[in-house]
Design a protein around this ligand. Structure first.
Ligand code: FAD
Length: 467
């Protein structure tokens, strides 16, 4: 192994190879549930170095684990064996000039999402991917997980925003698919296949992303709803009223608001009324002529007349809009600071959200009475982060984590939904996928994996198990 380490050091130079304590910051996942010390962390500076590292690992029989910002929530970006090399894309951070006429941009896989947003701002362009981890998550990781976020119901998931890709394959060859067109039906949609492949088929090194004009105006409101069913009814009404201007439809519960306000003292809740469930709604347009405030205000009036909206406020400034969004975005952090938690990333058809939440509450309380349920997420596409904290006064879940996960997965599946909506399977949900999806589907995935990676060296144990 010393020869391989020497070879890797030779390829990467002193800045590019970390081992021992220097590798520690890359070792554990964001939730601190998975990860052991790998042989080392490779930090290549360009595609050629990534390819050389992959070839060296292949020759030495080492596993390769691609890592972006390591904010993934299913334990997919860390090593679970000592003879593995983590390949961190954190030194590959070049952002090209945006192509203003085509609405696209070429970026390295290590670009941090928030950095891309900043770089685009002066050009009046946006990349409409927004999530709580955008200060750390990197383009390669977002592609690896096929991230969704708060605007997925409008712009789609990563697979809908990636036009072209460059990927280092498990044999070290480079696939140059860096085309910048939306329409490209020259065979299987390889670029989409890598979206959500969680580092099991190859390492994404560069991407051409689709851009959109930044809205010239937007209007946002924070609403207190009478219950989850009211939130679903109002969401459907707003979709009809606002049409293509609807840009945000997020929900959170009073359990989550209470935790966020408790643990984040600088967070402000400015409405007079509290309720069980809150909606953050936003409309946006590239034209200044669309009467967005009127659209939102009249929808709100309708919601109040119907008894769906209990209270609400339109944001009167950019600062207030940011405050409203923080209330939603700090939901994961508030719950993390409370202590032990269980996360479930569910999707159901949007019309079934209230039914899922009601049935889920019953199931969870049967498993552990008093468990605190904190559902929040993206109403527009039916994505519920159905997270749990132990009952008041308890520090743990009495060993019931699997019972919760299985019951909620079965409930979502029964409603035509998914137990892995936008975070992927990682290491955390492989067994669950084996149980909840047909053997035809799982076998196809294993065959696909073998076709790309016959040695099963890319991120073994993630997404699909190869015996
Ligand atoms: P990592 O965690 O480093 O990697 C994730 C997976 O992608 C791993 O399997 C890894 O091997 C693979 N990978 C990484 N880089 C590459 C590459 N270059 N080539 C191939 N594979 C690669 N997700 C959502 O979808 N929506 C949300 O709203 C959302 N909110 C979040 C909020 C918080 C506070 C946190 C902590 C996470 C949230 N996430 C959300 C999850 C997470 O941010 C996303 O999954 C994100 O896409 C991960 O990016 P990353 O760079 O951190 O990837």
């Amino acid at each position: 192994m010393t020869d391989t380490v020497a070879a890797l050091r030779g390829i990467l130079g002193p800045k590019g190879w970390l081992s021992g304590d220097d590798a520690a910051p890359y070792q554990r996942d964001w939730l601190n549930r998975y990860g052991i010390r790998p042989l080392g962390v490779a930090r290549p500076a360009n595609t050629a170095e990534v390819a050389a590292v992959v070839k060296a690992c292949r020759q030495a029989g080492l596993a390769v684990v691609p890592q972006g910002g390591n904010t993934g929530l299913c334990g997919g970006a860390i090593a679970d064996q000592a003879n593995a090399v983590i390949v961190s894309l954190s030194r590959m951070t070049a952002i090209g000039e945006p192509d203003l006429e085509s609405g696209s941009i070429l970026v390295d896989a290590g670009v941090v999402l928030a950095g891309l947003h900043e770089a685009l701002e002066p050009h009046g362009l946006m990349f409409p991917m927004h999530l709580g981890a955008e200060g750390s998550a990197r383009i390669g990781g977002l592609i690896g997980t096929n991230a969704g976020g708060s605007q997925a119901f409008r712009f789609g998931m990563m697979q809908d925003m990636v036009l072209g890709l460059e990927v280092v394959m498990p044999d070290g060859t480079v696939w140059d698919g860096l085309r910048a067109v939306q329409k490209d039906n020259a065979g299987y949609q390889l670029r989409k296949l890598f979206c959500g492949s969680e580092g099991t088929l190859g390492i994404v090194t560069r991407a051409v992303l689709r851009l959109y004009p930044t809205p010239k105006q937007q209007a946002s409101a924070l609403l207190v709803m009478s219950d989850f069913a009211a939130a679903v009814t109002f969401g459907a009404f707003l979709r009809g009223e606002a049409g293509e201007f609807l840009a945000g439809l997020e929900f959170f519960s009073d359990v989550g608001l209470t935790l966020a306000l408790k643990h984040l003292p600088d967070l402000a809740y400015q409405l007079e009324t509290r309720g069980d469930v809150y909606l953050l709604v936003e409309v946006a347009s590239g034209s200044t002529r669309v009467p967005l405030d009127d659209i939102l205000a009249s929808a709100l009036e309708w919601g109040m007349e119907q008894g769906l909206v209990v209270d609400g406020a339109l944001a009167n400034s950019g600062a207030q809009r940011a405050q409203f969004w923080r209330l939603r975005e700090e939901q994961p952090e508030g719950q993390r600071l409370e202590g032990e938690q269980l996360k479930h990333d569910i999707s159901v058809p949007p019309g079934a959200i209230a039914r899922f939440i009601e049935a889920g509450a019953k199931l969870c309380n049967d498993i552990l009475p008093g468990v605190r349920i904190n559902p929040f997420g993206h109403l527009g596409d039916g994505n519920i982060h159905y997270n749990l904290s132990p009952p008041e006064g308890r520090a743990d879940f009495d060993g019931k984590a699997t019972a919760f996960a299985e019951a909620l997965a079965a409930l979502a599946t029964g409603m035509g939904g998914s137990f892995a909506a936008e975070h992927g399977l990682g290491r955390a949900k492989v067994a669950m996928a084996d149980r909840n999806r047909s053997s035809t589907e799982r076998t196809l995935m294993a065959q696909l994996k073998r076709a790309f990676d016959p040695q099963a060296m890319m991120n073994p144990g993630v997404l699909v198990r190869i015996p």
